[in-house]
Design a protein around this ligand. Structure first.
Ligand code: FES
Ligand SMILES: [Fe+2]
Length: 442
């Protein structure tokens, strides 16, 4: 039985996805006005700004947003722009202030947005601007420890926007999870190239190919069954996608003699199970792991296990949140992937690859992330670098190698439109939704 219910079926229109969507400036601008300025965007992290006056800046396309901790403990979001003559207020990533002071004429804004000082305040024919002008604010909410903003002043609630994702994620206690990897780079491709990729697993056997035994080629060594026939694909009414692959199967990592291989045998051992017991019935490891985690987890400090469904202990839950956020959610790991549009160029995007891990009380073992193993007490700094200067982890590097190449193809008059497989229906749905926003249907 699935404790995690299916999402409703969706009808796709199947309209053409042409190359111009990825390179044409006019489409880029329509997308900005019609879609980006009307959706909830995941931008900040509450733990980055614990004290009143702490702030964090994140940019999306041409906009720059400040998220600021208030005296009452809440968070407010403002456009990062001075209300005098439009200078960008801050250029750093984060900080702490008593007032934001503009570097042009020294106007100073309090953390709640109010203008509190302007030189020669008596020299304004329209009246003293102090107490009268404020930083322009925008709707802002917190969920799962993240700060989300919406540029539409009349937007609905974040919970309504997230729909069933809200319920799935509420079980993990994500607000307490800590960040262990935070890597950002600029990629020479449109932002949708990245999201298309995370909206399908059809590329997995090719791009993330495992060299060796042909029988292994359709599967990955992570203990996850990537066969589309065993995968659940879901599209939500709100426009988000979910893909669930069964995990904990020894079939994904059997040794030649039929015994359970790595990493599954180590994982079984961690949960007091003996891999040898599953030699002739590898398919039983999934349920055995679920049972062991349910029984042993909470006492070992894994308090969030109390709320989780059995599948969430073993299976791979991949989400793409409309429009630009892809997440792989494991029982103790949150792999965060995001693509933001470039301020001016449709053929570039900003790509983030972050990893968060749960914080069981007393747990000291290092955290296994996609970008390597990290000591648990390691304070992660955000690193921005040029593409290719360092690795983002093998799997992501493999995806990144394709993106610029596909963007080049989108410039060709020899490419008419995408021809999608059934397992790529999330790609189709993603593009239909963008058009729904642009054309005013949402
Ligand atoms: S533009 Fe900011 S003080 Fe003048
Ligand atoms: Fe991939």
């Amino acid at each position: 039985m699935n404790a995690i219910p299916d999402w409703p079926q969706q009808q796709l229109r199947g309209h053409p996805i042409e190359g111009r969507r990825y390179r044409c400036r006019e489409f880029f601008e329509r997308e900005w006005e019609g879609m980006w300025t009307r959706v909830w965007l995941l931008l900040g992290r509450e733990s980055e700004i614990p004290n009143p006056g702490d702030w964090q800046r994140e940019d999306v396309g041409p906009e720059s947003i400040l998220m600021v901790r208030q005296q009452d403990g809440g968070v407010k979001a403002f456009y990062n722009v001075c209300q005098h003559r439009g200078n960008r207020l801050v250029h750093e990533e984060k900080g702490s202030v008593r007032r934001f002071v503009c570097k042009y004429h020294s106007w100073a804004f309090l953390p709640d947005g109010e203008l509190n000082f302007a030189p020669d305040a008596d020299d304004f024919p329209q009246g003293d601007p102090c107490g009268r002008l404020r930083l322009e604010s925008l709707p802002c909410e917190a969920f799962a420890g993240f700060i989300w903003v919406n540029m539409d002043p009349n937007c609905g609630s974040l919970q309504d926007y997230l729909g069933p994702v809200w319920h799935d994620w509420s079980r993990y206690g994500l607000e307490t999870w800590k960040r262990y990897v935070a890597l950002t780079t600029t990629v020479p491709c449109n932002w949708k190239v990245v999201l298309d990729n995370f909206n399908e697993s059809y590329h997995v056997p090719t791009v993330h190919r495992i060299v060796g035994d042909p029988a292994e080629r359709r599967r990955m060594h992570s203990g996850v069954d990537t066969d589309r026939r065993n995968t659940r694909f879901d599209l939500s009414d709100e426009g988000h996608n979910r893909m669930i692959m069964p995990g904990g199967y020894a079939g994904a990592s059997l040794n030649e003699d039929g015994s359970v291989g790595e990493p599954l045998s180590s994982i079984l051992h961690e949960w007091e199970l003996d891999a040898a017991d599953f030699k002739d019935r590898p398919e039983a490891t999934r349920e055995a792991l679920q049972e062991a985690k349910r029984r042993l987890g909470p006492a070992r400090g894994y308090r969030h296990y109390e709320k989780m469904a059995d599948e969430q202990f073993t299976d791979a839950f991949h989400y793409t949140l409309f429009p630009n956020f892809a997440v792989s959610l494991w029982a103790d790991g949150f792999h965060f992937l995001r693509a933001r549009p470039h301020p001016t160029d449709p053929e570039q995007c900003i790509f983030d690859n972050w990893w968060y891990a749960s914080q069981p009380e007393g747990e000291t073992t290092p955290v296994r992330t996609t970008a390597g193993i990290v000591e648990r007490d390691h304070e992660c700094e955000h690193e921005t670098f040029k593409l290719g200067e360092r690795s983002m982890g093998r799997t992501i590097d493999q995806d990144l190698a394709i993106f610029p190449s596909q963007q080049l193809g989108f410039r060709s008059r020899g490419y008419k439109r995408a021809y999608l497989a059934g397992q790529e229906s999330r790609v189709g749905r993603f593009h239909e939704l963008i058009d729904d926003y642009i054309e005013g249907r949402r």
